[in-house]
Ligand binder design. Sequence first.
Ligand SMILES: Nc1ncnc2c1ncn2[C@@H]1O[C@H](COP(=O)(O)OP(=O)(O)OP(=O)(O)O)[C@@H](O)[C@H]1O
Length: 227
Amino acid sequence: MSQTVLQLNDVSIFQGDSLVLSNVNVEVFKGDFVYLIGKTGTGKSSFMKTLYGDLPLTQGEGSIVDFNLRTLKEKEIPFLRRKLGVVFQDFKLLVDRNIIENLSFVLKATGWKNKSEMQTRIDEVLEKVGMKTKGFKFPHELSGGEQQRVAIARALLNDPELILADEPTGNLDPQTSIEVMKVLQDINKNGNTILMATHDYALLLKYPSKTLKCDNNQLFEVVQRKN
Ligand SMILES: Nc1ncnc2c1ncn2[C@@H]1O[C@H](COP(=O)(O)OP(=O)(O)OP(=O)(O)O)[C@@H](O)[C@H]1O
């Protein structure tokens, strides 16, 4: 039987008093690659924020990697984030330290202590994204695509049960977007579950997969036409 990593039932999502999405019903299974699409302002980021605990779930029922979003307490959020890998459009690397230090910062913050285990884990995740030789570079010494690979490596550090990627190719040119997408596809083939918000229809056509669409305050699954 497939393992459910995310389930939302009759969820409504609000920004302040305004309703962004209503009656959302979603289930994501272990190993899925799911796109989240929709025009600007239709609620993709609000949806993602609800999933990583940045926007409280006030209506409906939601569970993600065994956390109940409806009853999630502020102090539980760091524990939820440890089971999620979050990737953002603007990479969010720490600019004052090199790549290895960026990654070891996250490991230390999530309780790792043994230096050689940390080094091994950092090597493993950098290898997965093809960045093993660039660990001593600072973020500003890397291209956008390379910075996003590092951000993906960072998301993988604690072996997350679900990766949430909010417009991960939004700042990249088309060719670089495809390269970053290949990294995400490889990671998915190796068993990681990924939910990715995107505007990039070219990627959807090149790498078709289950697709959810936000439109008109609703979220529904898009049935893809086969050519
Ligand atoms: N912090 C906020 N406070 C109030 N309203 C907000 C906030 N963030 C977003 N909104 C509103 O919520 C709605 C959904 O925005 P959201 O950012 O989720 O859309 P999106 O689909 O991610 O858009 P984009 O593709 O441009 O990132 C919009 O009407 C937006 O103006």
